[in-house]
Design a protein around this ligand. Structure first.
Ligand code: NDP
Length: 450
């Protein structure tokens, strides 16, 4: 390995020893940009990598709120303002009990590369809290969101930092946060949050954007490899949240048969094809569990999750779309998928494949659509939401969807071109890292030592 990369990697591991997800994300990028570092010897003197692995700012704060029984609850919250090189910090807010600094930093780090790939003027950030929205009443969700925003509002703004949704943060939570922001600041700063409701500044197609974008990216990837397509292919999709649902909708429209979806408890397998209207009703309306699917489709199968290896990856499929969470595809799961003949994996979630799983797929010739590129449709459409807010104007659904399709197609092309240029043909994981890194490094050099 190049000595500059290995030194920075060692230092990062030492400095962040208790942050495994962060180290994993940094290692994945640094080990794939070697040819760029070899070509630009000046980067070492300029400390490009050292600056890239240190967030500009991390804010940690306490969130106190009152539950329905009158008891005070306390959560820990974060905002990682990772990089403002190419635009205001931009990235979602995750509400999940597993949230910690390592996960926030890994997501912030991934976000700067993803946002660079979109070609739009957005920097990178991420935030969230270890608050668990599951089982909370509407009033409790509002109380938490208001308390969370009471502190967060000091640090954000439409030209400073623009948060959005992520796991556990959907339109309801963004609505409560936006209301509180507006109340405290006494200004209608529409572009301060994205993923807003359509009645007060949201963009059409933002809800669908990450899942649709993933499908467009994978369509291009399949086309570039022997002119394949989704038509007639079997697809399994983990998760049953925002990304999973709209990926399912779009790949079905493209002629695929989705046979399985999941949540953190287990997965349903419906060999006739998943009834997406029912999944939407269970998840978007009733906020229920995927197991409830069997109440209507008794011939479908339910497999409970009992270990780190999700049962969904034991199902035979042509294309796997992990759309739940990080490290959900282990090496064991990757081996099972390959044994069952998988041809492509499209990462809808952030870093859903472990490093070993990704390496195994690439070694076995499975096509991998890496998260930074494949799930960039969400943030790209958030940037389109910001531009509509600035113009005080709305695009139609079709206009946004067409822009999204165009952006995803361009992202695929830049991954493909960078991979080719640096001798990694068909390795879109390396292609995405190189294309994004080059853009960020160039901006860093241009802006001087800051
Ligand atoms: P949602 O909260 O809407 O859905 C998340 C889904 O993943 C749920 O089905 C959830 O199941 C499941 N899940 C969550 N945590 C775990 C876990 N630890 N183990 C197994 N399953 C789990 O989130 P999104 O769909 O918005 O996000 C999914 C992924 O996509 C995340 O990695 C996110 O960072 C990424 N992403 C999202 C974007 C967006 O626009 N929303 C943009 C780009 C990336 P359960 O209900 O049981 O918790």
């Amino acid at each position: 390995m190049n000595s500059y990369i290995s030194r920075v990697l060692e230092e990062t591991k030492k400095k962040n020893a208790n942050e495994p997800e962060y180290i994993q994300a940094v290692e994945e990028v640094l080990t794939s940009i070697e040819p760029v570092i070899e070509k630009h010897k000046e980067y070492e003197k300029l400390g490009i990598l050292e600056r890239m692995v240190e967030p500009e700012r991390i804010i940690t704060f306490r969130v106190s709120w009152v539950d329905d029984s009158g008891k005070v609850q306390v959560n820990r919250a974060f905002r990682v303002q990772y990089s403002s090189l190419i635009g205001p910090y931009k990235g979602g807010l995750r509400l999940h009990p597993t949230v910690n600094q390592s996960i926030m930093k890994f997501l912030g780090f991934e976000q700067i590369f993803k946002n660079a790939l979109t070609g739009l003027p957005i920097g990178g950030g991420k935030g969230g809290s270890d608050f668990d929205p599951k089982g909370k009443s509407d009033r409790e969700i509002m109380a938490f969101c208001q308390a969370f925003m009471t502190e967060l509002q000091r640090h954000i703004g439409q030209d400073v930092d623009v948060p959005a949704g992520d796991i556990g943060t959907g339109a309801r939570e963004i609505g409560y946060m936006f209301g509180q922001f507006k109340r405290i600041r006494n200004a209608y700063e529409g572009g301060v949050l994205t993923g807003k409701g359509l009645s007060y500044g949201g963009s059409l197609a933002r809800t669908e954007a990450t899942g649709f974008g993933l499908s467009y990216f994978m369509r291009e990837l399949l086309k570039a490899n022997n002119n394949q397509s989704f038509k007639g292919k079997t697809v399994t999709i983990s998760g049953s949240g925002n990304v999973a649902i709209y990926a399912c909708q779009k790949v079905k429209e493209m002629g695929a048969k989705v046979v399985a979806m999941s949540d953190s408890n287990g997965c349903v397998y419906d060999e006739k094809g998943i009834d997406l209207d029912l999944v939407k009703e269970i998840k978007e309306v009733k906020r229920g569990r995927i197991k409830d699917y069997l109440e209507k489709h008794r011939d479908a199968k339910y497999m409970e999750r009992t270990s780190d290896d999700s049962p969904i990856w034991t199902i035979k499929t042509d294309i796997a779309l992990p759309c739940a969470t990080q490290n959900e595809v282990t090496l064991n799961s990757a081996k099972k998928l390959v044994e069952n003949g998988v041809i492509a994996v499209g990462e809808g979630a952030n870093m859903p494949c472990t490093k070993e799983a990704t390496e195994y797929f690439l070694e076995k010739g499975v096509l991998v659509g890496p998260a930074k590129a494949a799930n960039a449709g969400g943030v790209a459409t958030s940037a389109i939401e910001m531009s509509q807010n600035s113009m005080r104007y709305y695009y139609s659904f079709d206009e946004v969807d067409k822009k999204l399709d165009c952006i995803m197609t361009n992202i695929f092309k830049s991954c493909q071109n960078s991979a080719k240029e640096y001798g990694y043909e068909n390795n879109y994981v390396a292609g995405a890292n190189i294309a994004a890194f080059q853009k960020l490094a160039e901006a860093m050099v241009a802006q001087g030592v800051v």
